[in-house]
Design a protein around this ligand. Sequence first.
Ligand SMILES: NC(=O)c1ccc[n+]([C@@H]2O[C@H](COP(=O)([O-])OP(=O)(O)OC[C@H]3O[C@@H](n4cnc5c(N)ncnc54)[C@H](OP(=O)(O)O)[C@@H]3O)[C@@H](O)[C@H]2O)c1
Length: 237
Amino acid sequence: MKTEHQRTALITGANKGIGKEIARQLGQRGFAVFIGARDITKGREAAEELCQQGYEATFIQLDVTDPVSIKNAYGTFSQKAEHLDVLINNAGILEDHGEDILKLNPELLDRTLKSNVTGPIIVTQDFLPFLKKSPTGGRIINVSSGAGALNDMSTYAPAYSISKTALNAVTRQFAGALRSENIAVNCVDPGWVRTDMGGSGASRPVEKGAETIVWLATEASQSETGKFWHDKQECAW
Ligand SMILES: NC(=O)c1ccc[n+]([C@@H]2O[C@H](COP(=O)([O-])OP(=O)(O)OC[C@H]3O[C@@H](n4cnc5c(N)ncnc54)[C@H](OP(=O)(O)O)[C@@H]3O)[C@@H](O)[C@H]2O)c1
């Protein structure tokens, strides 16, 4: 069991990409990190890699589209920790293939909303009892995207963009509902990052993509809540 002084973080979709880098950076800062991943082999490998680097990392199987998997993850977490300081809803999918909304496949839209919107809502609801026990005040960070900002929305990737706009709204809703619990809820545009999703031509390394998320999880004021961030600056919705 963790002592109540060790900070804990659960990151969904942490077996690769930005999620894995967030876990590494939080591990470096002394957090006990919980690697949420839907695939057992990939999740275990990521946690082992971080342990070999000297960080405290534990794999938790968690498919954000499966409410039973989320409940089981809650059960596993409860055997290993007493509180959760930071929840990072990072898992996400981008399945649009260049079509604009005139040709948007409704099944693709459903899948995208389930992963990128409903998943974070259920994970947040289910892990709230542990976030409420955080001695420092809980922090929830939703990994959004510039594609979700309405202020300069184009026709790019309609299902994905709509899902990230909705995730921003989810952020505002939880921020309002949890203000009296001292739980801060924010969302972040990590920029265009070199991962399987972002592709090899993206402009940013994962270290930069994770930077603002880790800052919100650690150094940012607890009073910052209900905001959309990019490079540690509040940005337009
Ligand atoms: N890369 C960019 O340029 C960029 C830009 C803006 C925002 N973002 C956001 O950043 C976040 C991380 O993206 P990334 O670039 O690191 O992409 P990535 O390398 O494709 O990683 C996505 C992660 O999400 C996981 N995932 C997907 N569906 C899941 C589910 N149902 N349950 C649990 N895990 C699931 C994946 O697991 P598997 O390995 O099992 O598939 C993987 O671990 C996403 O929310 C994305 O929208 C990325």
